[in-house]
Ligand binder design. Structure first.
Ligand code: TA6
Length: 283
């Protein structure tokens, strides 16, 4: 069976042998295997019982990224990275089940009562032989404009983060450096290596494509549409060792490449839909 569900997870299996596991809690992709290898980092200390957002995988960040803004009040009251990653989603439909791809659509429950906005949130995950596509759909079902931030917080597994190289961040792309208290910089162009903690929100990345050389022979491309920004995060030992649900030394075994719409808020009109897409392929 290419799509199997139990009370906690959905597992998609492709005829090539590739597979994806999605937790209903947060609609969090927790595993993506191709060619017999795990491509997604999941901390061995992650809480998988719904008691906290899952550490690792691909958490869905919505409707705010990072700490919430100080106003309006219903946004200010939100938790870091919003509520979508701690809601229990449902499998709504199997969209495709063939060799070209196996695809499912999940739907989020209504938002908390303290967030009185009308919208529908769907997530479509499609698995092909060498590719994983994640589409976040936000539909404004209300009568007023609806504003939000959204991001896919993808933890890609790498053997040794100090040996990787990231490409595709065009010279001059402006970024906010959260390690330096939000200082603004401009990317120099050329490959980015992780030789210290990195937490940067690159705004409106022109290429909309980040390349990852994992330093051990694998090359990934992370392409995005709808999403315009991309956060690159690795906490290194200095911050990673303080994260309670991070496995020992885990920070050395992943890089977060996070396409999103987060450098400002996206606003959609009544009846309008936003689709943020991330495609990860193995070259
Ligand atoms: O996307 C990067 C980031 O916002 C970092 O600042 C870092 O704190 C990380 O997300 C993890 O956030 P979390 O709430 O999952 O601990």
């Amino acid at each position: 069976m290419p799509v199997e569900q139990n009370d906690k997870t959905i597992v998609l299996t492709h005829p090539s042998g590739a597979s994806v596991e999605i937790y209903l809690f947060g609609a969090t992709v927790t595993s993506w295997k191709t060619a017999g290898r795990e491509r997604i980092f999941l901390s061995n200390k992650a809480h998988l019982d719904g008691s906290a957002a899952i550490r690792g995988g691909i958490p869905v960040v919505f409707p705010v990224f990072g700490p919430p803004p100080s106003s309006p009040p219903e946004y200010a009251a939100l938790a870091q990275h919003g509520f979508a990653r701690t809601q229990t989603w449902k499998l709504e439909k199997i969209l495709l089940d063939r060799s070209e791809g196996v695809s499912v659509r999940l739907v989020a429950p209504p938002p908390p009562a303290t967030f009185p906005h009308s919208f529908e949130l769907h997530y479509v995950v499609t698995l092909a032989a060498h590719e994983l596509v994640c589409n976040l759909h936000v539909l404004n079902t209300g009568t007023e404009d609806f504003k939000f931030q959204a991001l896919l917080h993808t933890y890609l597994a790498v053997p040794d983060v100090s040996k990787i190289a990231l490409t595709g961040i065009d010279a001059g792309t402006s970024y906010k450096d959260k390690v330096l208290g939000g200082a603004v910089g401009a990317a120099p162009g050329g490959p980015l290596v992780i030789d210290q903690q990195v937490d940067r929100v690159y705004a409106k990345v022109p290429s909309k494509e980040i390349g990852l050389d994992d330093g051990a022979g694998d090359h990934y491309k992370v392409r995005f549409r709808g999403f315009e920004d991309c956060t690159i995060w690795n906490p290194a030992d200095v911050t990673g060792s303080k994260i309670a649900d991070m496995e020992d030394g885990g920070w050395n075994r992943y890089v977060c490449i996070e396409p999103g719409f987060v450098s400002e808020f996206k606003s959609i009109k009544p009846g309008e839909q936003f689709i943020g897409q991330q495609t990860i392929s193995i070259a």
